[in-house]
Design a protein around this ligand. Structure first.
Ligand SMILES: *Cc1c(COP(=O)(O)O)cnc(C)c1O
Ligand code: SF4
Length: 346
């Protein structure tokens, strides 16, 4: 279900006085929300973390100098339409640019929901040929947009084609559907993911309230089919930049058999300054989770370096050479420092 600016007002999710600002934002960036996410919003709470993620706001009209229209440099690494090949052993394949929701902080907001929304058959064929001709491609990451909005028949074609390319060992899907539109994860969709090769699903979730009983059911259908589940979270000011919120989110995910994979530092996306935290704030949060929650619940905190230089871990490092010759200094989760002997080769 796609909600227009008028629909948002009619549904009582935003005050009528904000209609004008929402229409202006919608003229620049796609807007959509599912019934499941709309139902989670408390309209009486001006800082509602679900509304903040999906309901447009005036702040999006403010573009900061450092913000970019291609924040992580996808275009630079796109040899053929629909493929991004930045790392030697893996490519992104983007069969659709449609999503069931449009996140206000999306790093692909300049393209998602816009035309051409789908790769046509000739473009898909060229993308598959690109993969087929390069034996170094070990993994294909099917993303978008959201690949789980595709009809199961189209997903089946993609999975079968990739499954038959001998050097492709892993097919990885990135999706927000199991969380934001869980009823879409029907038997036909799960069946479409069946393959000889390893199929992984990475779900995008940012707040523990997104982990509804319907989301749990959708994730259970996927894990019962033998699909390993991982998650990615974007660190967002006012949504989840709080240790208790992150703790509840990561515990909730692990309890649903989803291993937190990445915590992304928010990218320099146009009109999203209000969502960004500083890196130091992110490091404090990550440090506070260490030692406090299970290792299963700890994602890697990463930054995608603007310009297309790749993702790098930016969590605080517990070990330093500050001890001088022959000694490392290691900091425990309580902040107490310990000496550790250096190897002569260090
Ligand atoms: C994020 C990303 C990947 C996947 O990176 P992993 O660290 O393997 O999850 C691959 N290609 C591009 C272009 C990416 O942006
Ligand atoms: S689901 Fe992903 S691709 Fe789609 S709008 Fe949200 S962040 Fe962007």
């Amino acid at each position: 279900m796609t909600l227009s600016a008028d629909d948002l007002v009619e549904a009582g999710l935003v005050e009528a006085s904000r209609l004008d600002e929402i229409q202006r934002v919608a003229g620049k960036f796609s807007v959509a929300l599912t019934a499941d996410m709309a139902a989670l919003i408390d309209p009486a709470n001006p800082a509602d973390p679900i509304a903040a993620q999906f309901v447009p706001s005036r702040a999006e009209l403010e573009i900061a100098d450092e913000e970019r229209s291609d924040p992580i440099g996808d275009a630079r690494w796109s040899p053929v339409p629909g493929i991004v090949h930045r790392y030697p052993d893996r490519v992104l394949l983007k069969p659709t640019l449609l999503c069931p929701v449009y996140c206000r902080f999306c790093f692909r907001r300049e393209v998602v929901g816009k035309r051409p929304a789908m790769m046509d058959q000739p473009a898909l064929k060229r993308a598959f040929d690109y993969i087929r001709q390069r034996p170094e491609i070990w993994e294909v990451i099917v993303t978008g947009g959201d690949p789980f909005v595709l009809a199961p028949r189209r997903l089946t074609d993609i999975v079968r084609t990739l499954d038959q390319i001998p050097h492709v060992a892993v097919i990885r899907f990135h999706t927000r559907v199991p969380v934001v539109d869980p009823r879409r994860v029907r038997a036909a969709l799960v069946q479409a993911l069946a393959a000889e090769k390893a199929v992984y699903v990475v779900v995008h979730a940012n707040h523990p309230r997104e982990l509804t009983s319907r989301a749990r059911e959708a994730l259970t259908r996927l894990s019962r089919a033998g699909i390993p589940l991982l998650s990615q979270t974007v660190l967002l000011r006012g949504v989840n930049d709080d240790a208790a919120v992150l703790e509840a989110l990561f515990r909730g995910l692990v309890a649903m058999r989803v291993k937190p994979y990445y915590l992304h530092h928010a990218d320099l996306v146009r009109g999203t300054a209000h969502f960004r935290t500083g890196i130091a704030a992110g490091q404090r949060l990550v440090r506070s989770l260490r030692g406090r929650i299970s290792g299963l619940c700890q994602p890697t905190y990463v930054l995608d370096i603007p310009g297309g230089y790749g993702k790098v871990p930016i969590a605080p490092c517990a070990v330093s050479a500050a001890g001088g010759a022959g000694r490392w200094i290691v900091e425990d989760p309580a902040g107490i420092q310990h000496a550790y002997p250096a190897d002569p080769g260090d």
